[in-house]
Design a protein around this ligand. Structure first.
Ligand SMILES: *[C@@H]1O[C@H](CO)[C@@H](O)[C@H](O)[C@H]1NC(C)=O
Ligand SMILES: *[C@@H]1O[C@H](CO)[C@@H](O)[C@H](O)[C@H]1NC(C)=O
Length: 443
């Protein structure tokens, strides 16, 4: 690879790591060597200039691309357009737009955003009308533009026209926020209540800010959300670990269905509040709501992580009563639970009596527990079983070898390592670790 080529890789690398300044420094090094600019890097460099507000540098790059003829490239031209629009230089942006031999949806969106940033909804609308194809971003930007200048009638008209597949949680939120910030709380509530249930479930960590903002704004304005909205909020707060808020919404709910119980129990379970998860499970039973396999999995994994052996076994025995079939993951929790508590014999017996073939996770969990409790005899027995099923792997040998090592039985440890190499399983013990039901065992 030539020197210049490797510099270009470095530039790309800088930009992907959001280090635009470093990218520009590298670029000037290339220029000093008298090399010309590789087309695909130009838009990135121009974006870097725009993000750093280094408009003169950006203009120089633009001039260079005109000289080399690469300004006719759609991506290069769009990045130039975007740079001008960003600095509010809408006339130059439009010049670039008009001279583009071809445009894509991103070019149109950039031009429209430029107009909307300056509150010129009329010019934005005229471009919008003549667009050959629109994206979800186009619609969201247009609606936001009209809400910003307080033209909610136009915003609503556009909102109603948004094609079904482009109406995302962002679109809904733009509308709700638009009404709210223009003081029309009644309309904000109506749109909020109409928002389909599924949208709430995309409020995972990434949408946390949006969700919280919408929630705060409905609280402030005294809107009473419906059941779906409440379920969504509980789920969102529980997933994000804001358990106090999740719980306070949950407790204020007039009706709680199974889905919502599952959200709150798994929230507490995932975030290590094991006893609370078990208590909630009991409240669920008490309320007469039937737990399903998801409920059991959450609460059993809470028991395993919290070392709540008796609770876990009690709950596990209830699965039958509720007509829920235990799957390999439920068994995995119990094996983990027994294993961690040092009840290795029971764990092993359970593995042997499984109605399904134990997979690597189950065996790993058992051997991990043997390692934890330095229990070599049982581990050897388990290894025999594993070898018989023909599913031996390097990790098992590593675990066994480590169990011997922990007991200072060096010869056995070495022997195990050798037989691992013999079988062509070449991983070097100590070089890796595996996650077994949430526990981390070094191999
Ligand atoms: C656009 O309009 C909003 C609302 O009237 C105003 O706050 C904002 O400053 C305006 N922006 C520009 C660039 O004129
Ligand atoms: C074992 O089965 C469980 C449940 O299907 C699964 O989650 C896990 O990934 C499996 N483990 C391996 C190593 O395949």
């Amino acid at each position: 690879m030539s020197n210049t080529q490797s510099l270009y890789h470095l530039i790309r690398d800088c930009l992907s790591k959001r280090a635009p300044r470093e990218a520009l420094v590298l670029h000037s090094q290339i220029r000093r060597q008298g090399e010309c600019v590789v087309l695909s890097v130009v838009p990135l460099l121009i974006k870097a200039c725009a993000s750093l507000s280094m408009f003169n540098h950006g203009k120089a790059l633009h001039a260079e691309s005109v000289k080399s003829g690469s300004d006719s490239d759609v991506v290069v031209a769009t990045s130039v357009l975007g740079m001008y629009a960003k600095r509010g230089d809408i006339v130059d942006a439009r010049k670039v737009f008009d001279f583009m031999p071809q445009r894509n949806v991103v070019s149109w969106n950039a031009m429209i955003s430029g107009y909307l940033a300056g509150n010129d909804t009329l010019s934005a609308l005229s471009l919008f009308e003549s667009m050959p194809e629109r994206s979800a971003v186009t619609w969201n930007e247009m609606i936001r533009g009209f809400t910003k200048i307080g033209d909610m009638a136009m915003a609503k008209a556009l909102f109603d026209e948004v094609p079904h597949e482009m109406r995302t949680v962002v679109t809904w939120t733009v509308m709700v926020d638009g009404y709210a910030s223009n003081g029309d709380m009644k309309a904000a509530r109506e749109v909020f209540e109409e928002m389909p249930e599924r949208n709430y479930f995309v409020w995972s960590l990434g949408m946390w800010d949006v969700g919280k903002e919408v929630h705060l704004s409905i609280c402030e304005k005294g809107i009473t959300p419906n059941q779906y909205v409440l379920n969504g909020l509980v789920d969102m707060y529980a997933k994000c670990g804001d358990l106090a808020t999740a719980r306070s919404i949950f407790e204020g709910m007039p009706q709680i269905n199974g889905v919502c119980w599952n959200s709150i129990i798994s929230g507490f379970a995932i975030h290590g509040k094991c006893r609370e998860a078990v208590d909630l499970f009991r409240q669920m039973e008490h309320a007469g709501v039937k737990p399903n396999e998801i409920t059991f999995l959450s609460v059993l994994s809470a028991c395993a992580h919290g070392g709540l052996v008796q609770e876990g076994l009690d709950i596990f025995s209830k699965m039958h009563k509720y007509g829920v079939t235990a799957g390999i993951k439920h068994y995995g929790c119990i094996i983990d639970l027994l294993g961690r508590a040092g009840r290795l014999k029971e764990a092993f017996d359970l593995v042997k009596s499984l109605p399904m073939r134990p997979n690597a996770t189950i065996w790993g969990s058992l051997l991990g527990a043997c390692r934890l409790h330095s229990e070599a005899t049982l581990a050897e027995e388990a290894m025999d079983d594993i070898c018989h099923t023909g599913s031996s792997s390097d990790s098992y040998y590593s675990l066994l070898s480590n169990i011997y090592a922990a007991q200072e039985r060096w010869e056995k440890a070495e022997e195990t390592r050798m037989s691992m190499l013999d079988k062509g399983l070449e991983k070097i013990p100590g070089s890796s670790s595996c996650t077994l039901n949430g526990g981390n065992y070094s191999l």
